[in-house]
Design a binder for this molecule. Structure first.
Ligand code: BES
Ligand code: MG
Ligand code: ZN
Length: 481
């Protein structure tokens, strides 16, 4: 069982929305033709202008819609007018959101075939259209006997190469979202390792014994409470003459019960999402061979579960990470940073220029930024700023959190080099400073805290509740541009 779609899949590739590039979308027979309207302006479609604009005074405010049946008088059975707001205020993010809103409407109306006829927008934005459509058509219905409706075919007259670029990003996100939405009973460390091996990259999986030999004792301590064996995953994508070499590390806690410092039931409920960083790394790695960037990329995941059990690690234990630094366990629920400590040490021993970790690391980051932005910190201004820009271009929000050395004060220990937790206040920054202890000084490092953004309680913008694939678009953009 080594084909990706056999291991994990909900929708097989051939069940995904088929996007067909054609010249004449207006004459295409379909269930719904989607046309855009800028506030107060005419659309490219005479019928829409007559009914929506002239008769019903539809004003084209951003993300509002107007539906028009055509009673067999037009190749499309219905026309959906989507408001894009003021023409001068249009952005890529608005287009993505509007496309997503239209596709969601089409799904609600059980449309099988749709066509998008957008006019007056920059045609460079074609990738945003395919990306937005696919994100909106996503459903996690593997466990439903009755499957959710999805759009089978989308017709567009936009640039094929750009459409395909957007499709690839959305497919990467789909893998990430599927993995993070899967229950922990299914998305085990072993399963993540299987998925990694299926990606056709140069991949090595280290088991417990091999990790012991490498000195990954902090990571292994976290894994001890679980029946599931830890799997340390290292994937490598290497082009011929890379311009630089980077590592991306994903927090891979397949379930976080909190360990001996057990979480209350309400906080534990969604902790299958604690491998969203790992899922993000797998999503990104899954598309590199197709996108073919000139950057060497190492994808690293220290996969395990944080459970209670007779051998579970305990508060007060002292662990030695791969770089020799000792950690006093103050709280077993701050486990992600303990696993990442060893993963960062491992990455820093590779021949790399940069390391970026992505992690559902702290509730504190979620308190600070909610579900609308991921936190970012690092030891290099340029890397952090470049990632923030890549996020802005991709439709994600990253917000820099401070890394003042003072945040380390509360992590000082009497008996070890540091504790894994300290003060509640400034918890996201303290976690960042903890991680920094395991990064070699000459390697550029950024840490992305996706605790609030990776998994939604309720629908938001183009996303349904559940996994959002946070970090995937940004990292793909960062790596490929
Ligand atoms: N996985 C959690 C962080 C988290 C919280 C992710 C909410 C997604 C949503 C992490 O392992 C954790 O439990 N952190 C603790 C740290 C605390 C004990 C210092 C937290 O944030 O409460
Ligand atoms: Mg925890
Ligand atoms: Zn966790």
């Amino acid at each position: 069982m080594n084909n990706l779609h056999d291991i994990i899949f909900i929708k097989r590739k051939d069940e995904n929305m088929d996007i067909k590039v054609i010249n004449d979308v207006k004459s295409q027979e379909c269930d719904i033709l989607i046309v855009n309207m800028f506030e107060g302006k005419q659309t490219s479609n005479d019928i829409a202008n007559e009914y929506a604009l002239n008769q019903d005074k539809f004003d084209g405010k951003f993300n509002t819609t107007y539906l028009l049946p055509t009673y067999g008088k037009f190749p499309a059975r219905k026309i959906l007018v989507i408001g894009l707001g003021k023409e001068e205020d249009i952005t890529k993010n608005k287009i993505r959101e509007a496309v997503a809103k239209s596709v969601k409407k089409a799904v609600e109306m059980k449309a099988k075939t749709i066509a998008i006829d957008f006019s007056g927008i920059n045609f460079d934005y074609a990738d945003i259209v395919s990306e937005g459509a696919m994100i909106a058509d996503y459903a996690f219905d593997k466990y439903k006997t009755e499957k959710k409706h999805h759009v089978e075919t989308l017709y567009t007259n936009l640039d094929k190469a750009r459409i395909e670029k957007g499709q690839k990003r959305a497919e990467a996100m789909e893998l990430t979202r599927n993995l993070a939405n899967e229950p922990a009973q299914y998305a085990t460390p072993d399963r993540l390792a299987e998925v990694a091996k299926s990606l056709g990259l140069d991949t090595k999986i280290y088991d417990r014994k091999e990790c012991e030999k490498m000195g990954l004792n902090a990571y292994l301590a976290v894994a001890r409470g679980s029946i599931h064996e830890p799997k340390f995953i290292h994937m490598k994508y290497s082009p011929k003459n890379p311009t630089k070499k980077i590592a991306i590390i994903g927090k891979g806690l397949c379930f976080d019960s909190g360990g001996m410092d057990l979480k209350p039931a309400s906080s534990m409920l969604t902790m299958r999402d604690d491998m969203s960083g790992a899922a993000c790394v797998l999503g990104v790695m899954s598309k590199l061979k197709e996108l073919n960037p000139n950057v060497e990329v190492h994808g690293i995941i220290a996969a395990c579960e944080n459970m209670i059990g007779p051998d579970a690690y305990k508060p007060g234990d002292i662990l030695t990470a791969k770089n020799g630094k000792t950690i006093e366990i103050d709280n077993t629920d701050a486990e992600g940073r303990v696993t990442l400590a060893d993963a960062l040490c491992y990455a820093c021993e590779l021949d790399i220029d940069e390391v970026i970790d992505v992690a559902t690391l702290t509730g504190a980051c979620m308190v600070a930024l909610g579900s609308h932005a991921s936190g970012i910190m690092g030891n290099n201004k340029d890397l952090v700023n470049n990632l923030i820009n890549s996020a802005n271009e991709s439709g994600e929000n990253f917000w820099e959190l401070p890394m003042f050395e003072e945040y380390f004060d509360s992590l000082k220990s009497e008996i070890a080099d540091m504790k894994n937790t300290g003060s509640r206040w400034g918890g996201a920054s303290a976690a960042g400073l903890f991680l920094k202890q395991f990064v070699k000084k000459d390697i550029k490092w950024a840490h992305i805290d996706i605790a609030g953004t990776a998994f939604l309680e309720k629908p938001q913008k183009e996303f349904i509740a559940g996994s959002t694939g946070a970090g995937v678009r940004t990292l793909l953009n960062y790596i490929t541009k």
